[in-house]
Write a protein of this length. Structure first.
Ligand code: TRP
Length: 440
């Protein structure tokens, strides 16, 4: 090791950046649309179950690897295995990271458009009945392509340093505000006339809906929302201090992330039924429902602007963490400096991102957006999660596992044993069965 790796300086910094990575469009945009297309309650129950029995143990596994070997995903596997046999999972993480960054930036671009439309009063002036057509007009047109490029440029500017510390500080400050705004929106949604129907949809499981492909999607959503499976959390953990308490951080991330997703569901579904929309329409759902909610609210323009600005910042803290997988990979394994590797990452993501943005218009037949979304969440993330579980569960020196889990403290043996059991058996076997059943 030649250069000393940067480190997070405070405990709050660790929680804020990892939670900042986890909380984003995955909670507010992807969770409601996935729950909507997969039947609501039963999907949500599975999702929560997967966060608990697979998500939290896999976060621990990524943290252990990252902090022990202080590198990006490929470097961690090489350092830990002493060879190149696990390289494929390193590359899968890097490729998956770019795929997610590409389609995610399209949706982040939508939030930027909505920031502008909300601030100018245009958004709340659109009648609920016209929202579908106006949103369709926007995503099929050229402006959404432009926003994708702009978003990636902003992401690069932040990742290039300088502003990064600033963004972290801003997000520390604003994430609590986002939670307050989300809570206020929840309260509003609960007063809507379709509240009962919406809550029934979200909370009352209909187990007939549970097909293998729904279960696979719920697992994919858990991985996506927690930022695990691609080495994103692993890369962040390489910047942890030695006394960062792994298990407590993992549980905190899992809990906060899940609560925010559920709150987003409580905002969306009552409104879906109130405004006579369909929960099954897919990726566009949230962007047609939210303006309808703000449109009927006193001071709606203000609330909408606040909401979308915060969501934009939430997306940015997530894409920064995705970019870090690739940037760290290039930085660790080639001679390129941080600046060049950031520009390279951004260039690739811009090309793919534009193709994803065009998936709603001219490239609808190819639909790279849906392909990237599906392949990354339902294949690459679970496979990556299985790999890291098997690695930490079976191959990693148990003494390293124990030392990293303890992080210089005393923890009851039952906790480390339970996590190890999940990593050895529950996660790999569960993921394998669900993946195979869900794909065929
Ligand atoms: N978890 C983030 C969200 O919910 C998205 C994300 C950030 C992600 N980094 C990731 C997903 C790495 C998969 C892998 O918005």
């Amino acid at each position: 090791m030649t250069t000393r790796r940067a480190q997070f300086s405070t405990r709050l910094g660790v929680i804020a950046t990892t939670v900042g990575s986890a909380v984003g469009l995955g909670n507010v945009w992807r969770f409601p649309y996935e729950a909507g297309t997969h039947g609501g309650g039963a999907f949500m129950l599975c999702y929560i179950f997967f966060v608990l029995i697979i998500g939290v143990p896999v976060i621990c596994a990524e943290f252990i690897m990252g902090r022990e070997y202080r590198s990006g995903i490929l470097g961690c596997y090489r350092g830990a295995s002493g060879g190149r046999r696990w390289d494929i999972f390193g590359y899968a993480g890097v490729i998956g990271g770019i795929m997610i960054l590409s389609f995610y930036s399209v949706v982040a671009g939508w939030t930027m458009e909505y920031c502008v439309e909300a601030a100018t009063g245009q958004l709340t002036a659109t009648a609920a009945g016209d929202l579908h057509d106006s949103f369709t007009g926007f995503i099929t047109g050229g402006r959404s392509v432009l926003w994708t490029v702009i978003f990636l440029a902003v992401n690069a500017a932040v990742a290039l340093g300088g502003v990064k510390k600033g963004i972290e500080r801003i997000s520390n400050l604003l994430m609590p505000v986002l939670v307050v705004v989300i809570l206020a929106c929840c309260i509003n949604s609960l007063t809507l006339q379709g509240a009962r129907e919406g809550l029934t949809f979200l909370f009352k499981p209909d187990f007939d809906q549970l097909t293998p492909s729904v279960i696979l999607s719920a697992m994919g959503q858990a991985f996506f929302s927690l930022s695990i499976g691609l080495g994103c959390m692993m890369t962040y953990a390489s910047y942890f201090r030695d006394d960062t308490f792994i298990i407590v951080s993992a549980v905190t991330i899992g809990a906060l992330d899940t609560v925010i997703a559920i709150l987003a569901g409580i905002i969306i579904f009552p409104a879906v039924f109130t405004f006579g929309m369909s929960p099954t329409q897919g990726p566009t759902l949230v962007f047609e429902v939210l303006p309808a909610i703000f449109g009927q609210l006193a001071g709606g323009g203000f609330w909408a602007t606040l909401f979308f600005v915060l969501l934009f910042i939430g997306s940015l803290t997530s894409t920064i963490s995705m970019s870090e997988i690739f940037i760290s990979f290039i930085g660790d394994h080639t001679g390129l400096n941080r600046r060049r590797s950031t520009l390279l990452t951004t260039g690739i993501a811009m090309v793919l991102g534009v193709l994803c943005a065009l998936s709603f218009g001219p490239l609808a037949r190819l639909n790279l957006f849906n392909i990237f979304d599906y392949v990354s969440s339902n294949i690459l993330l679970p496979v990556g999660g299985m790999a890291v579980s098997l690695f930490v569960g079976w191959k990693l020196d148990p003494a390293v596992f124990q030392r990293q889990m303890r992080s210089g403290r005393h923890i009851p043996a039952v906790v480390t044993r339970a996590i190890l059991f999940c990593l050895r058996f529950v996660a790999p076997i569960g993921i394998a069965i669900i993946l195979i059943a869900g794909l065929i």
